[in-house]
Design a protein around this ligand. Structure first.
Ligand code: ZN
Length: 80
């Protein structure tokens, strides 16, 4: 499955790291929808292409998967 071309502007590195942290320190299984930016629980860390409960797009990815894919915006803007 290809990396989605569009990543919602709210999906930042900080947010993905925070979600990974939540997975490590709680019983949450956080995923994030790349289409609308919605948090979705019940995603395995390596979830890919789950259907979003908010927007119905198959764009929900597990937090660690997002990190591995590099599917996030860096908070400092574009990389040099
Ligand atoms: Zn969505």
């Amino acid at each position: 499955m290809p990396i989605p071309r569009k990543i919602h502007e709210s999906v930042s590195l900080t947010r993905v790291m925070e979600a990974c942290n939540r997975y490590d320190t709680s019983l949450d299984n956080p995923g994030i929808c790349l289409a609308c930016g919605q948090d979705q629980d019940g995603c395995e860390p390596d979830a890919r292409g789950y259907t979003c409960e908010a927007c119905d797009e198959p764009q929900v990815y597990g937090a660690q998967e997002l990190l591995i894919m590099g599917a996030y915006h860096t908070d400092g803007g574009r990389k040099a």
